[in-house]
Design a protein around this ligand. Structure first.
Ligand SMILES: Nc1ncnc2c1ncn2[C@@H]1O[C@H](COP(=O)(O)OP(=O)(O)O)[C@@H](O)[C@H]1O
Ligand SMILES: [Mg+2]
Length: 98
């Protein structure tokens, strides 16, 4: 399983857009995909809910729960976890992802 975190300190730089497109592309290729949204703005869910067709799984969570999420996703046969992150990620996030 691969974990891909999209990180940029700048707001509006395209993190959520890139997360969605990478996840949807992987899903369209047949991969088992989960998006972990650790941004309190929860923008990923807004976009995913607007779609009609099947897509990646979504977990709206916190940085502190990322480790457990990744272990669970791997155990359940996930191919990718994409992590959408807030602006100005703090040290906890970098540690969790590293
Ligand atoms: N590659 C791109 N080219 C042009 N506009 C983009 C691109 N990526 C994102 N956007 C637009 O920029 C805005 C902010 O993008 P968003 O993904 O929400 O950024 P972030 O999650 O980093 O705050 C949105 O309106 C989005 O549609
Ligand atoms: Mg965003």
């Amino acid at each position: 399983m691969r974990t891909i975190a999209i990180i940029s300190s700048k707001g509006g730089s395209g993190k959520t857009t890139l997360t969605l497109h990478l996840a949807l592309a992987a899903f369209a290729e047949g991969a088992r995909v989960v998006i972990a949204d650790v941004d309190g703005q929860r923008s990923v869910g807004q976009s995913l809910r607007a779609r009609q067709s099947p897509g990646p799984g979504l977990v709206e969570t916190t940085v502190g729960k990322l480790f457990t999420l990744r272990v669970t996703a791997e155990r359940e046969g996930c191919d990718y976890v994409f992590i959408d992150t807030p602006n100005a990620p703090d040290r906890d996030l970098v540690t969790a992802i590293g």
